[in-house]
Each structure stands twice: as structure tokens, then as C-alpha cells.
Design a protein around this ligand. Structure first.
Ligand code: GLY
Ligand code: MN
Ligand code: MN
Length: 446
């Protein structure tokens, strides 16, 4: 029987993209304009390219999925405040690489006020920027900086003839990234869908797992499920780490054979409509936790569940991380992996030998999503409804002589995706089993 296809959420409507552009323009000082280039295709080898992935800020403001586009926002311009330059219509190229929107499609399908094809860009763009005295652009983007430099040169030439002059440019990213931090209900629905697909994929990997398979075979199960469910693929490189490979945080070789009496850590999430899922589950290759695995796993799970319970408006990620550090340290002491008093082991940071990453990150169009984690240098940012985060404690036990043999090389991480709501939180990834009994029931002993 073919797997069930999950119901898809609605796509984000052009009107929501328009509202985002208007909210952004409302923050610009008088006389300012803003440019955001989209992504281009990237060569993979010789004449073939990586699958296209739109630049997230450009996508957030337009919903347009074509390469080589440019958004220009011109607050107050009578002929249209939102302008997009897009690929030229080209029947020959379109018969090789697919249909293009063209200027007409950008306007009619995406609600952009005015669009031009790239053949007209040089001629049109400099005219659009005349009279703008401050330009906002992504300072990490060389194409945007070239546009600004040319506009500055044009303005300086124009100034000599008495026209208004561009005075300089500022980074557009902080403004856009603040907006991206708070997700709308339609964005939450897309993140929930990416999370549900990701959870299904983890279930599929648990069901398939057995001794003697290779890590890449579980990767294949996960990624099959992503694409089967209409996701574009993984939101980041899938991590399948058997045994001590789980202790390499970004292990993506996925080449080893899965061995009996070991755990496998899978960190994998689907990208749906550019929104990321990001789930980690850790389970025994042969379907039954041994005593040491069970004990260490329960420490991580208890810490993770307590952290999730704490998620609510007003709480900070620093508070959550400190709670996790406390719980993990207490667990390590109880298991004999650390000695002494919890506070002393936190103060001397000896727990960091086993837990070296932080507990959470923002999640959205980017897996490590944008937005500042602090209000200022000193002040961590309180959570607000509409933020989406991960909670992902882990313990990674080195293969070293002072470690009890039963724990050596064990790596456990449990990661869920959590939306902050006005009354607390919603766990988007609750479909992925994590209780020991649930996992063992799903994985018939192999
Ligand atoms: N998958 C990357 C992370 O969990 O942060
Ligand atoms: Mn994560
Ligand atoms: Mn992850």
C-alpha cells in the first residue's frame, strides 16, 4: 500500500507578501529605497547546477521562485512602490529549463506593482533610484553593493547638475530579519507541515532500521518520505550517525554500517515551501535500549521535556538553556559521569565536556533562522507569540579512558520544533516518537 499523503496547507497569498513589503517600507526614512537581490543558480560541476534555492529574504518579500530576480522598494513612488526585475522571457531557454514568469507573470501572479525583464535592467534601474538619498541593501551581497556603487556614481554625476544625491547605504537585513522572527499564522501552518512530514520520515527510518544497514540507507528512507510528501527535499544535510558518529555534531558522511548494541542519531528535516523542519531522534539500531543507553537517554529526554514545558512568552532562550544545563549536569552526576555538586560542575563548566552546543535556535525559512537573540549586548530577548524555536539538548560521551565503558562513544540528542503561542507553546513535531516505550513498540526487535 502506498503511504498516505498528508493534506497540504494553503500557500501564502500575494496579499500577505504585499503587506510584508508595506510593513517594511513603513520603517524606512523618507527618501530611502531598498533593494534585495534573489539567488542565482550555482554551478555544481561543469555545466550542471545545484537545484535552485531562492534567497530567503527575497522570498519572504515576494514569494517568487525564479533565479536572477531583484526587488526594489520605492516608498511613495506613484507608478508603483514594488518593482521586480526578472528573467527575460526566452522561448529557446524555456524549452530547455522551464517556463519563466516574465514581467507580466510577476505582476499578475505575484501582485508586484511593476516588473521589468532583466534585459531592461540597466536602463530602468538607474532611473528608479534617482532621487533616493539612502539605500537599504543586504551588505553581504556583492551584487547589491555593485548596484549601490553605480547608483552613487550616477548620483554624484547628477548632483553636479543639481539633482538629489544618494548619500550612502545601510544594511537591510536587521529590518527584514526582525520581521521574519515573528511568524504569521500561514507561516506557522507551513512550518507545522514541514514538521509533520519530518516526523513521518523519522518514523519511517525507525521502522526500517536494523543491524547491518548503512547510515545512508536510513538517509534514503528519510529523504524518500520528504519528497513523497511534496517537500523539496531536506532543509539541511541529513545527519545519520551510528554509534560514536553521533558525537560528531555535523556528521554528514552517513557511510558507516549500523552495528548491534549501538544507538543511531538522526538529525533530519524536510523543507516545504522553503520552510524548514528540524528534528533529531536517537534510538537503538536493534530496537531495544540496553541499560546504559536507557539511563542516558532518559536524562536527555527529561531535560528536553522540562525545557519544552518552560516555553512561553516572556521566557528567554538563556533561561531555557540554563535549565537544560542544570538537568543534564544532575543526570551526569547521577550516572557517575561527573562528580560532586551540580552548581559546582556548572560553575567550572565541566558539563561542557558532554554538552557543547546551545539548546535552541530560531526556525523558519532558514533552519538556523534569522533574527537577533539579544535586545542589546547584555539582554537576551524574551520569547513572543509567533516565534518558532528548536529545543535540542544532547549528551555526547567521548571514548576516553576515564569514562565507564558502557557509556563510551554514546551520542544522544532529542530535538523538537516549538511555536510560541500567546498562552504557551505548540510542539509542531509531536508526531515523532521519543518515549522509550513508543520507540521500542514501533521498532519490532531486530
Ligand atoms: N540540524 C541542525 C541543527 O539542529 O541545528
Ligand atoms: Mn536544530
Ligand atoms: Mn537538527
Amino acid at each position: 500500500m502506498l503511504p498516505e499523503l498528508l493534506p497540504r496547507p494553503a500557500a501564502i497569498a500575494p496579499e500577505e507578501y504585499r503587506q510584508r513589503r508595506e510593513a517594511l517600507m513603513a520603517q524606512l526614512p523618507k527618501g530611502a529605497a531598498l533593494i534585495v537581490p534573489g539567488a542565482s543558480l550555482v554551478t555544481r560541476s561543469h555545466d550542471s547546477e545545484y537545484a535552485f534555492r531562492q534567497q530567503s529574504d527575497f522570498y519572504y518579500l515576494t514569494g517568487i521562485q525564479e533565479p536572477d530576480a531583484l526587488l526594489v522598494l520605492l516608498p511613495g513612488r506613484e507608478a508603483g512602490q514594488s518593482v521586480v526585475f526578472c528573467q527575460d522571457r526566452d522561448p529557446t531557454m524555456e524549452s530547455w529549463t522551464g517556463r519563466r514568469l516574465g514581467a507580466h507573470g510577476v505582476e499578475s501572479l505575484h501582485g508586484i506593482d511593476q516588473a521589468f525583464e532583466n534585459a531592461d535592467r540597466d536602463e530602468q534601474l538607474s532611473g528608479l533610484l534617482v532621487g533616493c538619498d539612502l539605500l537599504y541593501l543586504p551588505l553581504d551581497n556583492s551584487e547589491a553593493i555593485s548596484i549601490a556603487e553605480e547608483a552613487l556614481a550616477n548620483a554624484q554625476a547628477g548632483q553636479r547638475r543639481g539633482k538629489p544625491a544618494l548619500k550612502g547605504w545601510l544594511d537591510s537585513r536587521p529590518l527584514i530579519h526582525e520581521m521574519r522572527l515573528i511568524k504569521s499564522p500561514t507561516e506557522i501552518a507551513l512550518l507545522r507541515h514541514a514538521a509533520v512530514i519530518s516526523a513521518q520520515a523519522h518514523i519511517r527510518a525507525m521502522r526500517t532500521c536494523r543491524v547491518g544497514l548503512s547510515e545512508y540507507q536510513l538517509q534514503a528512507e528519510l529523504e524518500h518520505e520528504f519528497v513523497w510528501q511534496g517537500a523539496s527535499g531536506p532543509a539541511y544535510s541529513t545527519i545519520v550517525g551510528g554509534g560514536a558518529n553521533a558525537c560528531v555534531l555535523h556528521y554528514i558522511e552517513n557511510s558507516a554500517v549500523l552495528k548491534p548494541d549501538t544507538l543511531v542519531l538522526i538529525d533530519a528535516g524536510a523543507e516545504f515551501d522553503l520552510y524548514a523542519g528540524d528534528i533529531t531522534r536517537t534510538f537503538p539500531v536493534n530496537g531495544r535500549f540496553n541499560e546504559a543507553q536507557r539511563a542516558l537517554y532518559q536524562v536527555v529526554l527529561d531535560a528536553q521535556e522540562r525545557a519544552i514545558q518552560a516555553v512561553a512568552p516572556g521566557v528567554t532562550l538563556v533561561d531555557i538553556h540554563q535549565g537544560v544545563a542544570w538537568d543534564l549536569t544532575a543526570g551526569l552526576i547521577a550516572l557517575g559521569l561527573l562528580e560532586g555538586d551540580v552548581q559546582a560542575r556548572i560553575d567550572d563548566e565541566s558539563y561542557r565536556r558532554f554538552y557543547l552546543h546551545s539548546t535552541s535556535h530560531w526556525l523558519g525559512l532558514d533552519v538556523h533562522d534569522v533574527g537577533s537573540y539579544r535586545l542589546d549586548e547584555e539582554t537576551p530577548r524574551p520569547l513572543m507569540a509567533g516565534m518558532v524555536i528548536t529545543i535540542e539538548p544532547g549528551l555526547y560521551i567521548p571514548c576516553e579512558d576515564d569514562i565507564p565503558v558502557a557509556y563510551r562513544g554514546m551520542g544522544i540528542r532529542i530535538e523538537d520544533n516549538i511555536a510560541v503561542t500567546s498562552s504557551g507553546h505548540e510542539v509542531l513535531t509531536s508526531g515523532a516518537p521519543k518515549q522509550i516505550a513508543e520507540i521500542e513498540a514501533l521498532m519490532v526487535k531486530k
